[in-house]
Design a protein around this ligand. Structure first.
Ligand SMILES: C[S@@+](CC[C@H](N)C(=O)[O-])C[C@H]1O[C@@H](n2cnc3c(N)ncnc32)[C@H](O)[C@@H]1O
Length: 201
């Protein structure tokens, strides 16, 4: 289950393909994030879209009034998303940044990771937790969407069970909820996902 997996060369992928063709492309705000924001009454503040890729989530958060920073390992992804955001007249801070060697130094009210954590090498997960926890205000939130153990087959992103989320994040976060859901997107069979709400302790 936790053997090293192969992932795309992200920069090459974004250079060669249109973002709309990517299986994670979702032009709308992620439905699970939208529900969580409503439930927690979160409407303003600083938001970080970590591993933003096509940038759709960053743009949707900015349209809702958040002050958004969006980062990705791929500079091309950032350039493409920035171009679209500029056309839409959205004010977002776009930065190329590797979460495993991050140069960010701001503290955010909320962070959304929709598909980055689950592609990182298992041995770097605690580095991720440490870096992300350091970049969230006390009482701020990490919203994490990752593949669920219910998603069949082995290829692609690592899968997680709810108890693993508690094990991995419990030392820095109060894991408020972990729900079984799907990745809404263009595919006919939507990948099974976990949506996790974690409060920085
Ligand atoms: C499955 S895609 C999801 C993109 C976007 N969050 C979305 O939902 O449309 C995963 C993203 O994580 C980015 N990524 C992979 N490793 C990363 C790292 N070490 N630091 C930052 N971003 C990374 C990839 O470039 C890719 O855009």
């Amino acid at each position: 289950m936790n053997q090293q997996r192969g992932f795309p060369e992200w920069e090459k992928l974004y250079q060669e393909k249109e973002v709309e063709t990517m299986p994670w492309f979702n032009p709308d705000l992620d439905a699970d994030l939208e529900k969580a924001l409503t439930k927690l009454n979160l409407h303003t503040g600083t938001a970080w879209d970590l591993g933003t890729g096509p940038g759709t989530q960053a743009m949707a958060l900015a349209e809702r009034g958040f002050q958004v920073t969006a980062t990705d390992l791929s500079d091309t992804a950032i350039q493409k998303a920035q171009g679209i955001a500029t056309e839409k007249k959205l004010n977002i801070s776009w930065k190329q940044d590797d979460i495993l060697n991050s140069n960010l130094d701001q503290k955010f009210n909320l962070v959304f990771d929709r598909g980055c954590f689950h592609v990182l090498p298992p041995e770097r997960r605690q580095d991720y937790v440490r870096v992300v926890a350091n970049l969230i205000q006390p009482g701020g939130y990490l919203f994490l969407k990752c593949f669920s153990h219910l998603q069949p087959a082995e290829q692609g992103p690592y899968r997680f069970k709810p108890e693993q989320i508690q094990e991995i994040f419990g030392n820095k976060f109060n894991v408020r909820s972990v729900e079984e859901t799907v990745y809404q997107g263009p595919s006919d069979s939507l990948p099974k996902a976990l949506f996790c709400v974690m409060e920085k302790s």
